[in-house]
Write a protein that binds this ligand. Structure first.
Ligand SMILES: Cc1ncc(COP(=O)(O)O)c(C=O)c1O
Length: 458
């Protein structure tokens, strides 16, 4: 039996949840068009849809909220956030944004022209869509082992450096407005990226005059993986590791709803003064004045405290330990998952779990729907519903390498019993996986279709 880490906190407030009947789940799924995003949250028992904005804030964060300064410009809350930003990220300039995609939108709108490419290890959904929305081409260059669920390498989020060099050579650096890397790699199993790889990627971008921006959502989990796994980092603090990571980049964008432990928030940070001025102009048009950027003062304060708490090493040991525990329990049942366990989530390999369902019939969606029907557990498909797209040159459908169902663990929310319930339910489901059938899409918007698509069982 894998070991469950003792939580470095105790619970002061509770939120009741309820398990509705199997028949009520069937009706709820039918009404939702088999899209788990369309379910009422109260009809979900254990909600692993996302770790984004779903965490529990600490007593210090709630106390900081009471100190929020709601001045339109120059609020004290902004300066407290700026101090945390400086201590951790060290960029010359930053603006708060209401969440990660707002930062991605501003960066994309300012830098991308139609036909340009933006390489990454793997872009996550909103980054991918914001690049496409400006006529750009998001390009994933993760190392080959990052696409192999069974490979045990410690840093499977690393970019393939040869592929990156060849890609820049092929499209020309003038057609790459910025390059990025996602830490940890959310679209590819939540796998970490090594410091060595970040350094080499930065060097390649810089040799070609390409600005380097880090998608920093889960930078603290990535820093802890570096501390645990990369030679030379065991004695460094996670804050020192984070400082080193960001010293290699020209900027970063972040959804603070992840490792900054808040329910809403984000930022865009950079070194270039001219870019900062342009960002401020765009921000004022769409988000708000640069000292609040679409957030209230109290949100900025919660984020300032959360950024520091997210780096706490006893919290990170518990967090990564909790994910590893769920991975171990699922492996006991023989459920195929992306190995080794990532930071924030378990990724069930739906392609291997349901080999009889072809990609065009969405095996990940089939598994996610079945998991809800079986135990009112909500995960999210990360496969062809989310990422299949027509090739911009040929119009042919391009399918992603992996068909996954992500079970994202909200921060400081669920206990060992909840995770055991998830493992046992998936274990039961694995007994009858050959009964599951695929899906057909009945409605689909042009971008980010997974949020609002509707399905019909085949
Ligand atoms: C790697 C990554 N980048 C960007 C985003 C977008 O952040 P947000 O949902 O705050 O817009 C997410 C959110 O899930 C993410 O995981």
């Amino acid at each position: 039996m894998p070991k469950y880490p003792v939580e470095p906190f105790r619970i002061k407030m509770v939120e009741p949840i309820r398990l509705i009947s199997p028949q009520a789940r069937v009706e709820a799924m039918h009404t939702a068009g088999y899209n788990l995003f369309a379910l009422k949250a109260e009809d979900v028992f254990v909600d692993l849809l996302t770790d984004s904005g779903t965490g529990a804030m600490s007593q210090s964060q709630w106390a900081a909220i009471m100190e929020g300064d709601e001045s339109y410009a120059g609020a004290r809350s902004y300066y407290r956030l700026a101090e945390a930003m400086q201590d951790i990220f060290g960029f010359e300039y930053f603006v708060p944004t209401h969440q990660g995609r707002a930062a991605e939108n501003i960066l994309s709108s300012l830098l991308i022209k139609p036909g340009m490419s933006v390489p990454s290890n793997m872009h996550f959904d909103t980054t991918d869509a914001n690049i496409r929305a400006r006529g750009g081409r998001p390009t994933n260059l993760v190392m080959e082992e990052g696409l192999n669920p069974k490979s045990q390498l410690p840093f499977k989020g690393n970019m393939d450096l040869e592929l990156l060099r060849d890609f820049i050579h092929k499209v020309g650096p003038q057609n790459i407005p910025f390059g990025t890397i996602t830490v940890t790699n959310n679209a590819g199993g939540g796998q970490p990226v090594s410091m060595e790889n970040i350094r080499q990627v930065a060097e390649i971008y810089h040799q070609n005059g390409i600005p380097f921006f880090i998608d920093a959502c889960r930078y603290a989990e990535n820093a802890y993986f570096i501390k645990m796994r990369e030679p030379g980092y065991a004695k460094k603090t996670t804050q020192e590791i984070a400082q080193e990571m960001f010293s290699l980049a020209d900027g970063a964008f972040m959804s603070a709803k992840k490792d900054a432990l808040v329910n809403i928030g984000g930022f865009l940070a950079m070194r270039d003064q001219q870019l900062y001025q342009n960002v401020c102009n765009e921000l004022i048009l769409r988000e708000g004045f640069p000292t609040y950027g679409g957030l209230s003062g109290r949100d900025l304060d919660a984020m300032a405290v959360g950024l520091r708490e997210g780096l706490d090493e006893s919290y990170l040991a518990y967090r990564l330990g909790q994910t590893a525990y769920l991975a171990g329990r699922l492996q006991e049942y023989g459920v195929p998952i992306v190995e080794p366990a990532g930071g924030h989530a378990i990724y069930v390999d739906a392609g291997s779990f349901l080999p009889h369902i072809p990609q065009a019939e969405f095996p990940g969606q089939a598994l996610a729907a079945a998991l809800y029907l079986q135990g009112a557990i909500r995960g999210v498909e990360i496969g062809s519903v989310m990422f299949a797209h027509p090739d911009p040159d040929t119009g042919e459908m391009v399918y992603p390498h992996l068909e996954l169902v992500r079970l994202a663990i909200p921060r400081r929310v669920y206990t060992q019993a909840h995770l055991d319930y998830v493992a046992d339910t998936l274990g039961e489901l694995s007994q009858r996986c050959n009964e599951l059938r695929g899906f057909r899409i009945t409605y689909s918007p042009p971008l980010l279709r997974h949020f609002t698509a509707r399905f019909e069982p085949l």
